[in-house]
Design a protein around this ligand. Structure first.
Ligand code: NI
Length: 172
């Protein structure tokens, strides 16, 4: 396993639409292992492959609390079915938009169809934080970031700040 660098906005790769995975094999499992390790190290609760620059439809997640046993989840080629009409507002953050949090509204419940770590087909009914997190990560596969749901003014302010920090980091 290896840590991979996480790319941050406004890196144009984050706007790419990720491609479906053809086969869940050892190479893909190695990618998922790296993603999980990178996510734990950050630390974060969810990571899409494009966030380490790999445009594949793969997500890893772990929503276990600090004092709980780790509960890694892997989603390959996930699809969202039956999103609820009821919406839920949640304060979101993203490893690709560091140090910024804001409230986003999403369907409160959804069903997710996906392939697991072993390539088996699964269906999961998600609600609460799990539903929110899955939808946030799914957006990454379409090149969408949570700041896209905010006002243009807010989004531009966040991106401007990130660009400035990246310039300072590159210069130092
Ligand atoms: Ni994110």
């Amino acid at each position: 396993m290896a840590l991979r660098p996480i790319i941050t906005a406004p890196d144009p790769r984050l706007r790419e639409v990720s491609k479906p995975v053809e086969k869940v094999d050892d190479a893909l499992r190695a990618l998922m292992d790296d993603m999980l390790e990178t996510m734990y190290d950050a630390p974060g609760i969810g990571l899409a492959a494009i966030q380490i620059g790999v445009p594949k439809r793969v997500i890893v997640m772990d929503l276990a609390g600090k004092d709980e046993e780790p509960e890694p989840r892997y989603f390959v080629n996930p699809e969202i079915l039956d999103p609820s009409e009821e919406m839920q507002a949640y304060e979101e953050g993203c490893l690709s938009v560091p140090d910024y949090f804001d409230e986003v509204e999403r369907p409160a419940r959804c069903r997710v169809k996906y392939l697991d770590y072993n390539g088996e087909s699964q269906v999961l009914d998600a609600e609460g934080m799990l539903a929110i997190c899955i939808q946030h990560e799914m957006d990454h596969l379409e090149g969408v970031l949570f700041i896209d749901y905010l006002s243009r003014l807010k989004r531009e302010r966040v991106l401007k700040k990130l660009k400035k920090e990246q310039r300072l980091a590159a210069a130092s």
